[in-house]
Design a protein. Structure first.
Length: 214
């Protein structure tokens, strides 16, 4: 009788322990999954990420193709280059129109570029991946050392002070981190071969795309 009366409570405790252990294990698994997915993508996540702004496909170069030459890469004096100006002395932009989508030609029709990014979340680290090719023959452009130039307005720049570019494979560049710290329609401009003067056949080039952040 003694043995029988003790066996039932022990069985009940054992079953309860197994159920509790299973429940704890399940909760731990869910917590691990949630923590793991929150950090995926290399640039954070948000409920409403931004997008490349939709619009007409780029066609500004048409059949025009410019071949850049390293021989025309004359050293640029950083911070000392005066912008071109008209007869009245007003500064004239050397930039072409900002493009829509994720693919287009640079302003001078030397290069073609296509880009992707991590989630375009406001006030979080973002990384852009840019593939750069020559318009003349489709070959990849190596050693371009791209730099980001990001603005919401003329007086509201993006945060790019910690950004750097890593090349790999050849002609493909991961650029970041950068931050877009407000909602709105941003201009994301990439500069290539910034150590060369910006002349017609110099390797220096630039291209910009609209990005909308909710």
């Amino acid at each position: 009788m003694h043995t029988t009366s003790l066996s039932k409570p022990l069985c009940w405790v054992s079953a309860f322990t197994l159920v509790l252990a299973a429940a704890c294990s399940d909760d731990t698994s869910k917590a691990t999954d949630a923590g793991g997915s929150a950090g995926s993508g290399g640039g954070g996540m948000c409920s409403m990420p931004g997008v490349a702004t939709a619009g007409p496909k780029d066609s500004h170069c048409g059949s025009n193709v410019v071949v850049a030459s390293q021989a025309d890469c004359h050293p640029a004096d950083a911070g000392l280059i005066e912008p071109p100006s008209d007869d009245a002395g007003a500064a004239v932009s050397d930039f072409g129109d900002t493009m829509y989508g994720t693919e287009g030609d640079d302003d001078d029709c030397k290069y073609h570029l296509a880009w992707t990014s991590t989630a375009l979340c406001s006030d979080q680290d973002i990384y852009f991946t840019v593939k750069l090719t020559n318009k003349s023959d489709g070959s990849v452009v190596k050693g371009a050392k791209p730099e980001p130039d990001i603005t919401l307005t003329d007086t509201h720049p993006g945060i790019t002070d910690k950004s750097k570019a890593v090349e790999g494979p050849d002609g493909t560049y991961k650029i970041g981190p950068v931050k877009l710290d407000a909602s709105g329609k941003w201009t994301v401009r990439f500069h290539f071969f910034g150590d060369c003067t910006d002349s017609e056949t110099s390797p220096h080039g630039h291209a910009a795309f609209f990005v909308t952040v909710p």
